[in-house]
Design a protein around this ligand. Structure first.
Ligand SMILES: Cc1cc2nc3c(=O)[nH]c(=O)nc-3n(C[C@H](O)[C@H](O)[C@H](O)COP(=O)(O)OP(=O)(O)OC[C@H]3O[C@@H](n4cnc5c(N)ncnc54)[C@H](O)[C@@H]3O)c2cc1C
Length: 460
């Protein structure tokens, strides 16, 4: 068994170059090399501490790199008071952290790394190159550049499995078990989705055993399954098709419960309708608009077994105009070609109407026009957590001090998606990860200073 201790004999490969003997007291462990962990490491290293970053994977920042595949949405340019309201869970706890390191800080942090950003039409902020790889490369270069202090030491293929009876961190590593007793620890283990990229949520039982309250990890920004599934014909023809420029309304979790989900369609005009797009999947719907609704839909499903989305297939048309067009004489034309020529409805939108509206209702212009403007889609399940963009749930804010230190474990701080907050896509996820990573790093620095742990620099 390998053993690394605060003082005395250590395995040199686990300690950053330039640290030895008494100085080892200043070693800080960061577990998880995603954006939250790397930010904590950056802050600690800048304060002069020797930082060891551990990750179970063989390379760092895999989910961050994946996030860059479709255009890395780093943050959002909307005003700060609006920004913080996007966190449907944990917003009050995150507010001071976002004030300390929010959207503007994310942009200047990226700029410091040589990555310019721009604001897209929707207010979302992206790197000019759209990708995560150049940003991650520049960040890793800085973390390992001796010009800025002790290079951060990376220990990959080290899976953290908990604490030993003596309080050491226990890792499963290629050479066997490794025990580490750092001066402070930052856990940044991610949520529980896309486990092949590293964050598999297996840390949850380990923390609970230590008396840490952890809310169950749930899929967020995820797809949903429709009631009874799509028909074979619809699925084969339209799975993967985008439903472009539609309106979508749903019951907000904060609103009064609706007795029967179907009754929601009655109130459809009263619900806030958002414009955007989503994608038909083999079993239901996913994509931007659905992700924005996911936390409300998930909570409806868990309370009543189902949730209802109201789709407006022609958001630029008034209801009267739709009714007029649907009711116009169609002569010998089929209903499909009538809807195509008069309303431009075809493809997946038309397919959806045929899928969800009965034949009889399709023949009734009034009912059909109402369906085009507010088509109820009943959802009965979230897609599995591993498919979700992010996870809700995690370490409860009540289980931590305001500095993000675990009340059950002095000197252990938590950051990133493993905390119990939730938000839609739009750059809010990465911003919260970076903000909590920054805060946890800063708090660990204060903790080390208060406990008399000198930095490596001041000891020399
Ligand atoms: C397809 C996709 C696209 C996305 N796009 C965006 C986007 O454009 N904008 C946005 O804001 N967000 C986006 N996200 C979400 C964002 O990537 C995550 O919220 C963010 O990466 C979480 O950061 P983190 O540091 O908390 O955790 P992670 O990035 O998940 O990192 C956690 C790290 O901990 C390691 N780890 C886990 N358990 C252990 C253990 N026991 N021992 C050692 N190491 C361990 C993992 O290997 C991993 O490297 C996207 C996510 C996905 C899946």
């Amino acid at each position: 068994m390998d053993r690394v201790r605060a003082n005395g004999a250590t395995l040199p490969h686990l300690v950053p170059d330039g640290i030895s003997g008494e100085e080892e007291r200043a070693v800080v462990a960061v577990i998880g090399a995603g954006p939250a962990g790397l930010m904590a490491a950056d802050v600690l290293r800048s304060a002069g501490y020797a930082v060891c970053v551990f990750d179970r994977m063989s390379s760092v920042g895999r989910k961050f790199l994946m996030a860059g595949r479709g255009g890395l949405n780093l943050t959002h340019a909307e005003p700060e008071p609006v920004f913080v309201t996007r966190y449907t869970q944990g917003g009050a706890s995150l507010a001071p952290l976002l004030a300390h390191f929010g959207a503007a800080h994310v942009r200047s942090w990226a700029a410091d790394l040589g990555i310019e950003t721009f604001v897209g039409t929707s207010g979302r902020v992206f790197p000019v190159e759209m990708k995560a790889a150049p940003l991650l490369r520049a960040w890793l270069r800085r973390l390992q550049d001796p010009q800025f202090g002790l290079p951060v030491a990376f220990h990959l293929r080290h899976r953290w499995v908990g604490w030993a009876a003596g309080g050491e961190l226990v890792f499963e590593a290629p050479g066997g078990e490794v025990l580490v007793r750092p001066a402070a620890t930052v856990l940044a283990l991610g949520g529980g989705s896309w486990s092949r990229l590293g964050s598999d949520g297996r840390w949850v039982p380990g923390l609970r055993v230590e008396g840490v309250e952890v809310a169950p990890l749930l899929p967020s920004n995820c797809g949903f399954d429709v009631q009874a599934g799509w028909s074979d014909v619809f699925r084969q023809k339209f799975a993967g098709s985008p439903l472009k420029t539609i309106g979508m309304a749903w019951r907000l979790a904060s609103a009064a419960p609706v007795a029967a989900a179907q009754a929601l369609s009655t109130y459809a005009p009263l619900l806030p309708m958002r414009r955007g797009e989503c994608v038909v999947t083999a079993t239901g719907l996913e994509g931007g608009l659905v992700y924005a609704a996911s936390s409300d839909l998930r909570s409806d499903i868990s309370q009543s077994g189902q949730a209802v989305l109201i789709l407006d297939l022609l958001p630029d048309w008034t209801s009267d105009r739709v009714l007029q067009a649907v009711g116009a004489p169609r002569g010998s034309r089929s209903l499909s070609s009538h809807l195509k020529s008069k309303l431009g409805l075809d493809g997946v939108k038309l397919g959806l109407l045929h899928e969800l509206v009965s034949r009889e209702d399709m023949r009734n212009p009034r009912v059909l026009a109402a369906a085009i403007k507010s088509l109820p889609v009943t959802l009965v399940a979230t897609r599995p957590i591993d498919e979700a963009i992010s996870t809700a749930g995690g370490v409860c804010f009540d289980a931590m001090t305001p500095e993000l230190m675990l009340m059950a474990k002095s000197g252990v701080f938590c950051a990133g998606e493993m905390l119990d907050w939730d938000a839609p896509t739009g750059g809010y996820l990465l911003t919260a990860c970076l903000a909590t990573g920054h805060w946890a790093g800063k708090s660990a620095v204060a903790y080390l200073a208060a406990s008399g742990t000198l930095t490596a620099n001041t000891q020399v």
